[in-house]
Design a protein around this ligand. Structure first.
Ligand code: FES
Ligand code: MG
Length: 582
């Protein structure tokens, strides 16, 4: 892992943002420097060198990011090494496992925190420390709206889970083992015993869940140094990469390399294709749409379908396959995948180290053909996320076919409808529930406004009585999301969601639903007249909220095909602040 040393000009620039704070010898200059000096900062740090913000999502309540103080220290070493002035600042941290009602409710809030923290402070370039699922999109969204030089350093995945001689993956094996307990194949004692075996080192989920997916997308977008996505959190090379990134950002500031000069529509095309090749998370669709929206880059659901349609699944990682992120890194990581993708990748897209993607991956080697397959023998042909439309989802719904059952991708079945998560929990195991293996489970009011926050509940548990019969998968449809670590024939992000009167609200038990992923269709087989009558009977008010941030969210969140951003946050606002109160 080598990077070119950043170019540092002879004369230090006086046009940096930070000069407006630190560059004068008047009352304000005194104020801005003097208080900083209470940290032991020498005067020479204010000589016009780039001030590099290190945006830290460290928190002990975000276990995936709990090692970020050490990562930040490594970044600082790199910034100092290249003649910059590192300043670390916190933003709200989002841990996927603990936050209620769902971490997604707070992604946009954190993006605001990031954007305003950057703009309001004397920061010339920013290093985003990303890890757990929502921390990556939130930080990139906020930085994108400011558009200053930006580089991402991920915390890295945990080491492989190890349980009784077998590798177990974050989330994926939690779901499979909990189904085993419900089906009587695993004892509760063994289940609890597996907890410490699954999460046994620092780092985020080591399946190709949303955290690993977003780290890969960020690398594919050119926003991080090569290999950022896969180096395990505890591998010394993670810290080497963090230090190198600290050096790189100083060079980016000197070269005036803002995010919008690096990332364009081609970068997104690469990232969408990479998401298909790695079997990435469905959540990446929403997050990429939101990031593109912040950058004023046009990106739509149809782009995902079109660009990803013929991309084969090359990476054999859970939940779509067998291996884990540690194996992925040792096999060559994302550069090896992108090199294998050959002409699919737009090689002239730019990256943070001043080289193109093509240059970065030119010599990438693959060391394990089981983990990263050759193009002519993929895990699966055509693994992209499919966008379905029809009278049940006029604005789209998505399905990750690499995590679905082949035989269910074209299916007609009777709807079994749940009105929300509580309803599902109350009735899914009712022996009287009128359901069989051909039924289609439908859940609604779990969307952005309906829940609110669009939780990861789309992979509904199967009825125990069917599990006991050996059923392993069923078609499931909802306006929810699903964890990137989950699997099954799960149709997600149905839009418009039920809570705003989308057709999902009109489905009744026993209605026939037809899905045909190849034809990209999802239809409710009920006449238009009957649907119009049902629509007229729907209540017209938005979900109840207790006020506060939740109210802001319900009032302003856009539907999933628009990235679930707030309407007033879309766009690039830049980093200029014309007023100063002092
Ligand atoms: Fe943090 Fe999975 S829970 S990345
Ligand atoms: Mg997740």
């Amino acid at each position: 892992m080598t990077t070119k040393p950043p170019k540092i000009p002879e004369k230090i620039s006086d046009t940096l943002r930070s000069t407006a704070w630190f560059g004068s010898k008047d009352r304000n200059g005194f104020m801005h420097r003097s208080w900083m000096k209470n940290q032991g900062t020498p005067q020479r740090m204010f000589d016009g060198r780039p001030v590099i913000g290190i945006c830290n999502t460290w928190s002990e309540l975000t276990p995936c990011n709990a090692h970020f103080r050490q990562i930040a220290e490594a970044v600082k070493r790199g910034v100092l090494e290249a003649g910059g002035f590192p300043v670390e600042f916190p933003v709200m941290s989002l841990g996927e496992t603990l936050l209620r009602p769902t971490a997604m409710l707070f992604r946009n809030l954190v993006s605001m925190d990031v954007e305003e923290s950057i703009r309001a402070n004397p920061i010339d370039g920013v290093v985003l420390l990303c890890g757990c699922d929502k921390t990556a999109p939130a930080l990139v969204m906020g930085a994108a709206s400011c558009d200053i030089p930006t580089i991402v350093v991920s915390g890295g995945p945990m080491l492989n889970g190890k349980f009784r001689g077998q590798d177990i993956g974050s989330g994926t094996n939690l779901f499979s083992m909990s189904e085993d307990v419900r089906a009587g194949r695993m004892s509760v004692d063994d289940f609890v015993g597996a907890e410490s075996c699954m999460s046994r080192s620092a780092g985020h989920c080591m399946t190709m869940g949303t955290a690993s997916t977003m780290a890969s997308i960020i690398e594919a977008l050119g926003l991080s140094l090569p290999h950022n996505a896969a180096i395990p959190a505890v591998d010394a090379r993670r810290y080497e990469l963090a230090q190198n990134s600290g050096r790189e950002i100083v060079g980016m500031v000197h070269n005036g390399m803002r995010m919008s000069q690096l990332v364009d529509r081609r970068s997104f095309e690469n990232a969408v294709k990479v998401n298909a090749a790695i079997g990435g998370s469905t959540n990446a669709v929403i997050h990429m749409l939101a990031i593109a929206g912040r950058m004023d880059i046009s990106l739509s659901l149809d782009d995902f379908d079109e660009w990803g349609r013929n991309v084969p699944l090359l990476v054999d990682l859970m939940p779509s396959g067998r291996f884990l992120m540690e194996d992925f890194y040792y096999a060559g990581g994302l550069p090896a995948v992108m090199r294998e993708m050959g002409r699919m990748i737009l090689r002239d897209a730019k990256t943070v180290n001043g080289q193109t993607i093509g240059e970065n991956i030119a010599n990438a080697e693959c060391w394990n053909r089981e983990v990263i397959r050759p193009l002519d023998s993929p895990v699966q042909e055509a693994a992209g996320i499919s966008v379905l439309r029809g009278n049940l989802a006029p604005n789209g719904a998505i399905v990750k076919s690499s995590a679905a059952s082949e035989n269910l991708l074209k299916h007609r079945g009777k709807a079994v409808v749940f009105d929300g998560l509580e309803d599902l929990r109350a009735r899914i195991d009712d022996p009287e529930l009128d359901v069989d293996a051909n039924s289609i489970l439908v859940m609604r009011n779990v969307g952005l406004k309906g829940f609110p926050g669009m939780p990861e509940v789309g992979n509904m548990p199967l009825p125990t009585k069917l599990l006991e019969q050996g059923v392993r998968d069923m078609v499931r449809i909802s306006d929810a999301r699903m964890s990137g670590t989950a699997y099954g024939t799960v149709i997600l992000h149905v839009s418009p969601e039920a809570a705003v009167g989308g057709p999902l609200a009109l489905v009744k038990d026993g209605d026939m639903i037809e899905i045909d992923v190849k034809a990209r269709r999802i239809d409710l087989d009920v006449s238009e007249d009957i649907l119009a009558d049902r629509q007229a009977d729907l209540p017209k008010q938005l979900p109840h909220s207790t006020g506060g941030y939740e109210q802001l969210f319900i009032n302003h969140v856009l539907q999933p095909e628009k990235g679930a951003d707030f309407d007033f946050l879309v766009g690039r606002r830049g980093a200029k602040v014309s007023q100063n109160a002092h």
